[in-house]
Design a protein around this ligand. Structure first.
Ligand SMILES: Nc1ncnc2c1ncn2[C@@H]1O[C@H](COP(=O)(O)OP(=O)(O)OP(=O)(O)O)[C@@H](O)[C@H]1O
Ligand SMILES: [Mg+2]
Length: 267
């Protein structure tokens, strides 16, 4: 009985193969036999020879798999680079044109400032503040931008915040509130360069005060140097005592005064 069923199946299969033009001596015919026996590798080899290609060796199969993996990895890297570029372009931090590409492609130097921001990001959590202070060209803004590219975020110059704080236009009020209330990484660049000192003091106090205890993390960059880890005269001049008191409670200070000016070095 079982033999009859087997014969019948074979006959039907044969008829189907003829109908499809799979001739008994052809490799496609043999490929079906291999599949019926569960031998997929042999079936693939038959089909390769049916296409007129030489049989694939194990080395060729491995080479093909390696090429596929490399193609996949390159595609993933391209997506990550695009994502970083989009984050940078949307964040509002002003960088030199070539810096955008270097950050998006991760082809930049691991400067002390870059190390400091990475350490701070890994070691702190919601509400943390980092104050990067140091001489011009030591890579403070660049380092902050590398974090934004990686984790998303927003940025604004301190003098822009001061202008918003001074304005009574509802759009400006809303923009300042939006920045202060942003629950991701916020970079306030160039603290201490604002022409209107009182407006700058007010904006920074508002920002630091509101963001205390909130989820967003904040980076301040400034040329105002600290003396022996304590605020120097210029910082005290430009940042009100109540802001400094709050910063001492929640901020990490990282200084780069002895680093070289990378702008000069690049010239
Ligand atoms: N990690 C880095 N890798 C490569 N180039 C860098 C890096 N950091 C900074 N640079 C180069 O140095 C230039 C100056 O860096 P950046 O603008 O961050 O300095 P800064 O400390 O913010 O200066 P300033 O106090 O004047 O605002 C950048 O435009 C960039 O070309
Ligand atoms: Mg800067």
């Amino acid at each position: 009985m079982t033999d009859n069923v087997h014969d019948l199946t074979q006959k039907r299969l044969e008829a189907a193969r003829l109908e499809q033009g799979l001739h008994k001596d052809g490799s496609a015919h043999r490929a079906v036999d291999h599949l019926l026996e569960g031998n997929v590798g042999a079936a693939v080899q038959e089909l390769i020879s049916d296409l007129g290609l030489p049989p694939a060796t194990p080395e060729q199969m491995a080479e093909h798999a390696e090429a596929e993996r490399a193609r996949h990895d390159a595609e993933l890297a391209r997506c990550a680079r695009d994502r970083r570029m989009q984050a940078l372009e949307a964040c509002g931090i002003r960088l030199r044109r070539q810096d955008y590409a270097a950050i998006a492609e991760s082809s930049y130097q691991t400067t002390p400032a870059v190390q400091a921001v990475r350490r701070w990001w890994d070691e702190t959590g919601p509400g943390a503040v980092l104050c990067l202070h140091g001489a011009p060209g030591t890579g403070k803004t660049f380092a902050a931008a590398t974090l934004v590219a990686q984790h998303g975020g927003r940025g604004a110059r301190s003098k822009h915040l001061a202008r918003l704080a001074k304005s009574t236009w509802s759009e400006h009020v809303a923009e300042l509130e939006d920045l202060i209330g942003f629950d991701g990484l916020l970079v306030v660049d160039d603290v201490g360069t604002e022409p209107d000192i009182d407006a700058a003091k007010a904006a920074l106090f508002e920002l630091i005060d509101e963001r205390q205890g909130a989820d967003g993390r904040t980076i301040l960059t400034t040329n105002l140097l600290l003396k022996d880890g304590k605020p120097g005269e210029r910082l005290i001049d430009r940042v009100c005592a109540r802001t400094l008191s709050r910063l001492h409670g929640c901020a990490r200070f990282e200084g780069f005064k002895d680093q070289t000016d990378m702008r000069k070095a690049k010239r």
